[in-house]
Design a protein around this ligand. Structure first.
Ligand SMILES: CC(C)(COP(=O)(O)OP(=O)(O)OC[C@H]1O[C@@H](n2cnc3c(N)ncnc32)[C@H](O)[C@@H]1OP(=O)(O)O)[C@@H](O)C(=O)NCCC(=O)NCCS
Length: 208
């Protein structure tokens, strides 16, 4: 048995028992708990951190939220509480859509939840007529990069100013990240709609 599983995991829900759906206002409390852990590794945060968490939730669940036009947040539910979330947003650097945040509560890891949530993002992107989606992975997380690669994501390589090859994304100077792309099959013609305006705020505090 994996060292990541808890002793009581024999009774743990199977992948198909986790419903996934777009986040809604009633998820706010559960989502905030997940975000505090994911962004700040803590259950209790400073007021400015809480403000950031609440703003992030507003962006997706409040009417007229900043992302409501071009992005979506998805949650996985166990009982009636979210135990994992992800979001997909307009990519301010490249156009198209970017998976931004993917987090599963540690006691629910390794049951396919993140895979299911990525599937939701990919379906959403297909519905928008996209032929690929992007995401950034922190260079400190090679295991997470390997996880995406197993699911068909491909790391991009770039040229440095002196012509050398690098797989670190030059468009992300704040943190060293890899840029991964997932080509999407069965994409229909792109919908006739104005592209969402790029927003500097659309990438969350964590790559991926
Ligand atoms: C990466 C993460 C989202 C995976 O969630 P999950 O619901 O367990 O994922 P799935 O069940 O769909 O897939 C399991 C895979 O995730 C990886 N994984 C899951 N838990 C892990 C852990 N504690 N440590 C390392 N890798 C882990 C493994 O590659 C695993 O595949 P394997 O069992 O074949 O080795 C989750 O571990 C997480 O939230 N990590 C912290 C935040 C993060 O790094 N997010 C990614 C940002 S780009």
């Amino acid at each position: 048995m994996s060292k990541f599983l808890n002793a009581d995991d024999k009774q743990a829900p199977a992948t198909q028992d986790y419903a996934t759906r777009p986040a809604q206002e009633s998820d706010r409390e559960g989502l905030a708990a997940l975000m505090r852990k994911n962004y700040f590794k803590s259950d209790t945060v400073e007021p400015w951190q809480e403000e950031m968490v609440q703003k992030r939730i507003d962006d997706f669940v409040s009417p007229g939220g900043a992302e409501s036009e071009g992005g979506r947040m998805f949650v996985a539910i166990s009982g009636d509480a979210p135990v994992a979330f992800t979001s997909i947003v307009p990519d301010p650097k490249r156009g198209g859509l970017l998976v931004d945040d993917l987090y599963t509560r540690p006691d629910h890891e390794r049951r396919g939840i993140a895979g299911k949530l990525l599937g939701e993002c990919e379906s959403f992107a297909r519905e928008q007529g996209e032929s690929a989606v992007h995401l950034s992975v922190d260079e400190q997380k090679p295991g997470v990069r390997a996880y995406y690669e197993k699911r068909g994501w491909v790391a991009q390589s770039f040229k440095t100013a002196d012509g050398a090859k690098t797989d670190i994304d030059p468009a992300n100077p704040r943190v060293s990240t890899w840029l991964l792309v997932k080509p999407l099959a069965d994409t229909g013609p792109k919908q006739q709609q104005a592209p969402a305006a790029p927003k500097a705020s659309s990438q969350g505090p964590n790559p991926g």
